[in-house]
Design a protein around this ligand. Structure first.
Ligand SMILES: *[C@@H]1O[C@H](CO)[C@@H](O)[C@H](O)[C@H]1NC(C)=O
Ligand SMILES: *[C@@H]1O[C@H](CO)[C@@H](O)[C@H](O)[C@H]1NC(C)=O
Ligand SMILES: *[C@@H]1O[C@H](CO)[C@@H](O)[C@H](O)[C@H]1NC(C)=O
Ligand SMILES: *[C@@H]1O[C@H](CO)[C@@H](O)[C@H](O)[C@H]1NC(C)=O
Ligand SMILES: *[C@@H]1O[C@H](CO)[C@@H](O)[C@H](O)[C@H]1NC(C)=O
Ligand SMILES: *[C@@H]1O[C@H](CO)[C@@H](O)[C@H](O)[C@H]1NC(C)=O
Length: 311
């Protein structure tokens, strides 16, 4: 038996939402919402325009009662529901682009993926549907797709999504740490050369470097994560075990699984003058290396890079 279906394209706040309708199907929802609508079409529109809604349903005998369910509450759809032929559902999706014969196929036999935004906080949700063994039920599961706030650059770290933003603002390493904290972020580490390139490019291009007089040497750095461990902040640090290179530093960015992003500038870290205990990235032409610098230094510092988990 072929399913009778219709595909509606309904313009929503940011895109066209697609709703596939199927007759003789019944949703089972953990927490059904009820609204009164004039027509079944209005019920579909209501669902399309509410990010919380993934499926609308009505009994066409009493079409004003619009029942709908949010994605995290939808448990399954019973297909070929025969007790009453008047039940109809409309399922939200964005994976199907045009009405073709194959529209029925994924819904009947395979996996349907829906993927839509939550306007309240821009979280994207995705659902997948899996048919039961006898083919009479479609079971749903959903997951949130994490994303970065606007103006924060997303990176795929091994542990998941990471967001970085570069701020052009002077101050000490501690000032930078506090500023990041206001964004629920930390000073970022650089897991990959890609992250390093991003920080460098952003910091370098924002500054009007070419406005500098040609005789002025361009010396700029931005703070990144890394403060030398207390026990390594001593004159003989080099002879202490665990104080060498990156090992000598403590990091607040724990969302990292490899130490790939750093290239040390020549002979560094060197803890020059016994004060250089915080990490910076050089933002000079042809110089994208990490160095240690005095944590209170403000002279060359033109910014800092914050990072936080995608959410
Ligand atoms: C979507 O539905 C929820 C739950 O009923 C409601 O609180 C919210 O106001 C609705 N949003 C819109 C945009 O209508
Ligand atoms: C969308 O986000 C709001 C606010 O965080 C939340 O209450 C709602 O449950 C979310 N919607 C869905 C479909 O998860
Ligand atoms: C649909 O509505 C009719 C009329 O109220 C009712 O007899 C029937 O049981 C309803 N069907 C379902 C599945 O609730
Ligand atoms: C619906 O509720 C039941 C019982 O509380 C729970 O086991 C199930 O995981 C819930 N389903 C969904 C999709 O949230
Ligand atoms: C969801 O929102 C994000 C951020 O605004 C946007 O980039 C993305 O294209 C949106 N996705 C959909 C399916 O609308
Ligand atoms: C967005 O909504 C999801 C689902 O309700 C929730 O887990 C998350 O904490 C929310 N994020 C923000 C920033 O409100």
């Amino acid at each position: 038996m072929l399913w009778i279906f219709l595909l509606y394209f309904i313009p929503a706040y940011n895109a066209s939402v697609k709703m596939i309708t199927h007759h003789r199907a019944l949703m089972t929802c953990n927490s059904t919402e009820y609204s009164i609508t004039e027509t079944w079409r209005d019920c579909i529109e209501l669902c399309a325009h509410n990010d919380s809604c993934v499926i609308a349903q009505t009994n066409l005998t009493v079409p004003k009662e619009c029942q709908w369910c949010s994605i995290q509450n939808l448990m399954y759809i019973q297909k070929r529901f025969s007790a009453n032929n008047n039940m109809i559902i409309a399922l939200k999706t964005d994976t199907i682009n045009e009405i073709t014969e194959s529209v029925c196929t994924p819904f009947e036999q395979g996996i349907v993926n829906g993927n839509f935004n939550n306007t309240s906080n821009l979280t994207q949700y995705k659902y997948s549907a899996q048919p039961s063994e006898d083919g009479n039920f479609l079971h749903f599961s959903y997951s949130a797709i994490k994303s970065c706030p606007s103006e924060w650059e997303p990176f795929d770290r091994i542990r998941g999504g990471w967001c970085i933003k570069v701020f052009r603002q002077g101050g000490s390493h501690d000032d930078a740490h506090r500023a990041c904290k206001e964004y629920n972020a930390v000073l970022t580490r650089l897991e990959t050369p890609k992250e390093m390139e991003y920080v460098w490019n952003t910091a370098y291009s924002v500054e009007a470097i070419f406005q500098k007089p040609s005789w002025e040497v361009y010396l700029e750095t931005v703070w990144i994560d890394g403060v030398r461990k207390n026990e390594c902040q001593v004159p003989n640090w080099k002879s202490i075990e665990g104080c060498d290179g990156l090992d000598g530093f403590e990091f607040e960015d724990k969302f990292i699984s490899k130490k790939g992003g750093y290239t040390w500038s020549d002979k560094n870290p060197d803890r020059l003058d016994n004060v250089q205990d915080c990490l910076v990235l050089w933002i000079n032409p042809n110089d994208k290396e990490v160095d240690d610098d005095a944590c209170g230094s403000n002279a060359k510092i033109k910014g800092f890079a914050c990072g936080k988990e995608a959410g």
